[in-house]
Design a protein around this ligand. Structure first.
Ligand code: SAM
Length: 245
Protein backbone atom coordinates (compact mmCIF):
# COMPACT_ATOMS: atom_id res chain seq x y z
CA UNK A 1 0.00 0.00 0.00
CA UNK A 2 1.20 3.51 -0.82
CA UNK A 3 0.37 6.34 1.60
CA UNK A 4 0.93 10.06 1.09
CA UNK A 5 0.19 12.57 3.84
CA UNK A 6 0.12 16.33 3.21
CA UNK A 7 0.44 18.50 6.33
CA UNK A 8 2.02 21.68 7.64
CA UNK A 9 3.48 19.62 10.52
CA UNK A 10 5.31 16.69 8.88
CA UNK A 11 7.00 15.61 12.12
CA UNK A 12 3.59 14.86 13.69
CA UNK A 13 3.55 11.78 11.47
CA UNK A 14 6.88 10.46 12.81
CA UNK A 15 4.87 8.23 15.16
CA UNK A 16 3.93 6.10 12.12
CA UNK A 17 7.53 4.90 12.02
CA UNK A 18 7.02 3.15 15.40
CA UNK A 19 5.47 -0.18 16.28
CA UNK A 20 3.44 -2.20 13.73
CA UNK A 21 3.04 0.56 11.10
CA UNK A 22 6.79 1.20 11.43
CA UNK A 23 7.55 -2.45 10.76
CA UNK A 24 5.18 -2.52 7.78
CA UNK A 25 7.06 0.48 6.36
CA UNK A 26 10.47 -1.03 7.14
CA UNK A 27 9.65 -4.36 5.48
CA UNK A 28 8.21 -2.64 2.37
CA UNK A 29 4.54 -3.66 2.74
CA UNK A 30 3.69 0.02 3.09
CA UNK A 31 5.43 3.00 1.52
CA UNK A 32 4.89 6.28 3.37
CA UNK A 33 5.68 9.78 2.08
CA UNK A 34 4.94 12.83 4.25
CA UNK A 35 4.83 16.15 2.39
CA UNK A 36 5.04 19.69 3.76
CA UNK A 37 2.11 21.67 2.32
CA UNK A 38 4.19 24.85 2.53
CA UNK A 39 6.40 23.52 -0.28
CA UNK A 40 3.53 24.45 -2.62
CA UNK A 41 2.97 27.98 -1.20
CA UNK A 42 3.59 30.78 -3.66
CA UNK A 43 5.09 33.55 -1.50
CA UNK A 44 8.28 33.89 0.49
CA UNK A 45 6.34 33.60 3.77
CA UNK A 46 5.07 30.19 2.59
CA UNK A 47 1.50 31.24 3.37
CA UNK A 48 -1.13 28.48 3.41
CA UNK A 49 -4.14 30.30 4.93
CA UNK A 50 -6.31 33.36 4.42
CA UNK A 51 -9.32 35.07 6.04
CA UNK A 52 -12.75 33.45 5.53
CA UNK A 53 -15.17 34.77 2.93
CA UNK A 54 -18.35 35.87 4.71
CA UNK A 55 -16.44 36.83 7.86
CA UNK A 56 -16.03 34.95 11.09
CA UNK A 57 -13.13 33.96 13.31
CA UNK A 58 -10.03 32.04 12.29
CA UNK A 59 -8.37 31.36 8.98
CA UNK A 60 -9.12 28.98 6.10
CA UNK A 61 -6.53 26.92 4.20
CA UNK A 62 -6.04 28.26 0.67
CA UNK A 63 -7.41 26.21 -2.23
CA UNK A 64 -4.64 27.11 -4.68
CA UNK A 65 -1.90 25.81 -2.38
CA UNK A 66 -3.82 22.59 -1.64
CA UNK A 67 -4.67 22.15 -5.33
CA UNK A 68 -1.01 22.32 -6.37
CA UNK A 69 0.01 19.97 -3.55
CA UNK A 70 -2.58 17.32 -4.38
CA UNK A 71 -1.96 17.54 -8.15
CA UNK A 72 1.73 16.99 -7.52
CA UNK A 73 1.27 14.11 -5.05
CA UNK A 74 -1.08 12.19 -7.34
CA UNK A 75 0.80 13.03 -10.57
CA UNK A 76 2.73 9.74 -10.71
CA UNK A 77 -0.09 7.54 -9.31
CA UNK A 78 -0.83 4.51 -11.49
CA UNK A 79 -4.54 4.68 -10.68
CA UNK A 80 -6.53 7.34 -8.81
CA UNK A 81 -5.89 7.07 -5.06
CA UNK A 82 -8.57 7.63 -2.42
CA UNK A 83 -8.27 11.12 -0.93
CA UNK A 84 -9.03 11.02 2.81
CA UNK A 85 -9.82 14.37 4.41
CA UNK A 86 -10.22 14.31 8.21
CA UNK A 87 -12.85 16.80 9.40
CA UNK A 88 -15.31 16.89 12.29
CA UNK A 89 -17.94 17.56 9.63
CA UNK A 90 -17.20 14.22 7.90
CA UNK A 91 -18.89 10.83 8.05
CA UNK A 92 -18.02 8.83 11.17
CA UNK A 93 -14.89 6.70 10.92
CA UNK A 94 -15.83 3.10 11.76
CA UNK A 95 -14.28 -0.34 11.49
CA UNK A 96 -16.22 -0.80 8.22
CA UNK A 97 -14.60 2.34 6.76
CA UNK A 98 -11.19 1.11 7.99
CA UNK A 99 -11.80 -2.22 6.23
CA UNK A 100 -12.73 -0.43 3.00
CA UNK A 101 -9.63 1.78 3.12
CA UNK A 102 -7.41 -1.24 3.91
CA UNK A 103 -8.16 -2.69 0.46
CA UNK A 104 -7.04 0.46 -1.40
CA UNK A 105 -3.60 0.34 -3.04
CA UNK A 106 -3.02 4.08 -2.51
CA UNK A 107 -4.35 6.55 0.08
CA UNK A 108 -3.67 10.29 0.18
CA UNK A 109 -4.44 12.19 3.41
CA UNK A 110 -4.99 15.97 3.55
CA UNK A 111 -4.49 17.36 7.08
CA UNK A 112 -6.49 20.50 7.75
CA UNK A 113 -5.60 23.18 10.31
CA UNK A 114 -7.24 26.43 11.42
CA UNK A 115 -10.93 26.45 10.33
CA UNK A 116 -10.20 23.75 7.78
CA UNK A 117 -9.56 23.53 4.03
CA UNK A 118 -11.49 25.61 1.44
CA UNK A 119 -14.33 23.25 0.45
CA UNK A 120 -13.63 23.71 -3.27
CA UNK A 121 -10.47 21.60 -2.84
CA UNK A 122 -12.61 18.55 -2.03
CA UNK A 123 -15.17 19.40 -4.74
CA UNK A 124 -12.42 19.74 -7.34
CA UNK A 125 -10.59 16.57 -6.20
CA UNK A 126 -13.86 14.59 -6.39
CA UNK A 127 -13.90 15.26 -10.15
CA UNK A 128 -10.87 12.97 -10.45
CA UNK A 129 -10.63 10.86 -7.26
CA UNK A 130 -12.83 9.15 -4.69
CA UNK A 131 -12.90 11.56 -1.72
CA UNK A 132 -13.76 10.50 1.84
CA UNK A 133 -14.37 13.26 4.40
CA UNK A 134 -14.03 11.41 7.70
CA UNK A 135 -14.62 12.36 11.34
CA UNK A 136 -12.91 10.35 14.08
CA UNK A 137 -15.45 11.48 16.70
CA UNK A 138 -17.77 14.17 17.92
CA UNK A 139 -15.12 16.57 19.21
CA UNK A 140 -12.83 19.12 17.59
CA UNK A 141 -9.06 18.66 17.33
CA UNK A 142 -6.61 21.39 16.35
CA UNK A 143 -5.56 19.60 13.19
CA UNK A 144 -5.96 16.54 11.01
CA UNK A 145 -2.59 14.94 11.87
CA UNK A 146 -3.78 13.07 14.96
CA UNK A 147 -6.86 11.94 13.05
CA UNK A 148 -4.60 10.54 10.31
CA UNK A 149 -2.62 8.63 12.93
CA UNK A 150 -5.87 7.17 14.27
CA UNK A 151 -7.17 6.23 10.82
CA UNK A 152 -3.87 4.68 9.74
CA UNK A 153 -3.50 2.65 12.96
CA UNK A 154 -6.93 1.16 12.33
CA UNK A 155 -6.37 0.66 8.58
CA UNK A 156 -2.85 -0.77 8.63
CA UNK A 157 -3.64 -3.53 11.14
CA UNK A 158 -6.13 -4.84 8.57
CA UNK A 159 -3.57 -4.94 5.75
CA UNK A 160 -2.49 -8.58 5.26
CA UNK A 161 0.85 -9.34 6.90
CA UNK A 162 0.94 -6.26 9.15
CA UNK A 163 -0.39 -7.87 12.35
CA UNK A 164 1.79 -10.56 13.91
CA UNK A 165 -1.25 -12.80 14.46
CA UNK A 166 -3.84 -12.20 11.70
CA UNK A 167 -6.54 -13.89 13.85
CA UNK A 168 -6.41 -10.96 16.30
CA UNK A 169 -8.13 -8.47 14.00
CA UNK A 170 -10.88 -10.97 13.17
CA UNK A 171 -11.76 -11.39 16.84
CA UNK A 172 -11.59 -7.75 17.92
CA UNK A 173 -14.54 -5.53 18.78
CA UNK A 174 -16.80 -4.78 15.77
CA UNK A 175 -15.38 -7.76 13.80
CA UNK A 176 -17.75 -9.92 11.73
CA UNK A 177 -16.88 -12.85 14.01
CA UNK A 178 -18.59 -10.98 16.89
CA UNK A 179 -21.53 -9.91 14.76
CA UNK A 180 -20.72 -6.25 15.39
CA UNK A 181 -20.50 -6.47 19.20
CA UNK A 182 -17.73 -5.30 21.54
CA UNK A 183 -15.13 -7.87 22.52
CA UNK A 184 -15.43 -9.58 25.94
CA UNK A 185 -12.94 -8.50 28.66
CA UNK A 186 -9.47 -10.12 28.55
CA UNK A 187 -7.45 -11.69 31.39
CA UNK A 188 -3.92 -13.08 31.81
CA UNK A 189 -1.80 -14.51 34.68
CA UNK A 190 -1.87 -14.41 37.67
CA UNK A 191 -5.13 -16.28 38.31
CA UNK A 192 -5.77 -14.00 41.32
CA UNK A 193 -4.77 -10.33 41.16
CA UNK A 194 -5.25 -8.22 44.34
CA UNK A 195 -7.95 -10.61 45.58
CA UNK A 196 -9.71 -10.52 42.18
CA UNK A 197 -9.90 -14.01 40.60
CA UNK A 198 -10.09 -14.65 36.88
CA UNK A 199 -13.59 -15.94 35.96
CA UNK A 200 -13.50 -19.65 36.80
CA UNK A 201 -14.70 -20.80 33.37
CA UNK A 202 -11.56 -19.43 31.67
CA UNK A 203 -9.35 -21.75 33.74
CA UNK A 204 -11.24 -24.93 32.89
CA UNK A 205 -10.28 -25.62 29.25
CA UNK A 206 -13.90 -26.28 28.22
CA UNK A 207 -13.84 -24.37 24.94
CA UNK A 208 -17.59 -24.49 24.32
CA UNK A 209 -18.20 -23.04 27.81
CA UNK A 210 -15.50 -20.40 27.26
CA UNK A 211 -17.08 -19.38 23.93
CA UNK A 212 -20.50 -19.09 25.61
CA UNK A 213 -19.04 -17.05 28.49
CA UNK A 214 -17.27 -14.69 26.09
CA UNK A 215 -20.41 -14.25 23.99
CA UNK A 216 -22.43 -13.40 27.12
CA UNK A 217 -19.80 -10.92 28.29
CA UNK A 218 -19.72 -9.35 24.81
CA UNK A 219 -23.46 -8.91 24.90
CA UNK A 220 -23.48 -7.44 28.43
CA UNK A 221 -20.59 -5.10 27.69
CA UNK A 222 -22.17 -3.88 24.47
CA UNK A 223 -25.50 -3.32 26.24
CA UNK A 224 -23.75 -1.35 28.99
CA UNK A 225 -21.32 0.73 26.90
CA UNK A 226 -22.73 0.86 23.37
CA UNK A 227 -26.41 -0.06 23.29
CA UNK A 228 -26.62 1.62 19.86
CA UNK A 229 -24.62 -1.29 18.39
CA UNK A 230 -27.29 -3.81 19.37
CA UNK A 231 -29.65 -2.39 16.77
CA UNK A 232 -27.43 -3.68 13.93
CA UNK A 233 -25.71 -6.63 15.69
CA UNK A 234 -26.35 -10.19 14.52
CA UNK A 235 -28.24 -11.73 17.46
CA UNK A 236 -29.86 -15.15 17.90
CA UNK A 237 -32.57 -16.20 20.36
CA UNK A 238 -30.02 -17.17 23.01
CA UNK A 239 -28.35 -13.73 22.71
CA UNK A 240 -31.71 -12.03 23.13
CA UNK A 241 -32.41 -14.12 26.23
CA UNK A 242 -29.04 -13.08 27.74
CA UNK A 243 -29.84 -9.43 27.07
CA UNK A 244 -33.31 -9.76 28.57
CA UNK A 245 -32.01 -11.43 31.78
N1 SAM B 1 -14.07 24.56 11.67
C1 SAM B 1 -14.07 23.14 11.66
C2 SAM B 1 -15.46 22.61 12.04
O1 SAM B 1 -16.07 23.22 12.92
O2 SAM B 1 -15.91 21.60 11.49
C3 SAM B 1 -13.03 22.61 12.63
C4 SAM B 1 -11.64 22.76 12.18
S1 SAM B 1 -10.47 21.98 13.23
C5 SAM B 1 -10.08 23.25 14.39
C6 SAM B 1 -9.01 21.90 12.28
C7 SAM B 1 -8.75 20.56 11.60
O3 SAM B 1 -8.64 19.55 12.57
C8 SAM B 1 -9.82 20.07 10.65
O4 SAM B 1 -9.69 20.67 9.38
C9 SAM B 1 -9.51 18.60 10.61
O5 SAM B 1 -8.45 18.31 9.74
C10 SAM B 1 -9.04 18.31 12.02
N2 SAM B 1 -10.09 17.76 12.89
C11 SAM B 1 -10.61 18.34 13.99
N3 SAM B 1 -11.50 17.57 14.60
C12 SAM B 1 -11.57 16.43 13.88
C13 SAM B 1 -12.34 15.24 14.00
N4 SAM B 1 -13.22 15.06 14.98
N5 SAM B 1 -12.16 14.28 13.08
C14 SAM B 1 -11.28 14.44 12.07
N6 SAM B 1 -10.53 15.55 11.91
C15 SAM B 1 -10.66 16.54 12.79
Amino acid sequence: MRIDVVTIFPRYLDALRESLPGRAIADGRVSLAVHDLRDWAADRHRTVDDTPYGGGPGMVMKPDVWGRALDSVVADAEEPPILVVPTPAGRPFTQAVAAELATAPHLVFACGRYEGIDQRVMVDAARRLPVREISIGDYVLNGGEVAVLVVLEAVLRLVPGVLGNPRSAGEDSFADHLGGLLEAPSYTRPAVYRDLPVPEVLLGGNHAAIDRFRRDESLRRTAAHRPDLLATAELDDRDRAVLAA
